[in-house]
Design a binder for this molecule. Structure first.
Ligand SMILES: [Zn+2]
Length: 134
């Protein structure tokens, strides 16, 4: 059995029950390399051991995401992505407000056109009586 990506990078024997093995398979060496570079293997080891087993997978996913973001953007890391997405949300919300205002204005215009059409159909030849409603 080949050692997991963590043990391979750390040049140690991948013992049975290795805390990294389930999350850092040997065919994805870059995954652990970035996490190790940013957090340090012993910190990752400690963080994983402090978590219940069923939450470790999610923790590894978020560490990998954070580490990759930090490698890509050494200044802002994943905060850069969050902030850019927040800007997009603000921009899209203002576009939505504009679109909703346009829809409302079109609906009001249509209602106005309909009511003037109804009036012009009724007014010249109408007998002046109100229509009969059942
Ligand atoms: Zn291992």
């Amino acid at each position: 059995m080949s050692p997991c990506a963590a043990c391979k990078l750390l040049r140690r024997r991948c013992a049975k029950g290795c805390v990294f093995a389930p999350y850092f398979p040997p065919d994805e060496p870059q995954k652990f390399a970035n996490v190790h570079k940013i957090f340090g293997a012993s910190n990752v080891n400690k963080m994983l051991k402090d978590l219940p087993v069923h939450q470790r997978g999610d923790a590894v996913s978020s560490m990998v995401y954070e580490a990759n973001a930090r490698v890509r953007d050494p200044v802002y890391g994943c905060v850069g992505a969050i902030s850019s997405l927040q800007q997009q949300v603000i921009h899209l919300q203002s576009q939505l407000t504009v679109a909703n205002a346009k829809i409302l204005s079109m609906q009001m215009h249509q209602a106005k056109v309909r009511s003037s059409q109804t009036k012009s159909l009724r007014s010249p030849s109408s007998s002046g009586k109100l229509p009969n409603f059942p």
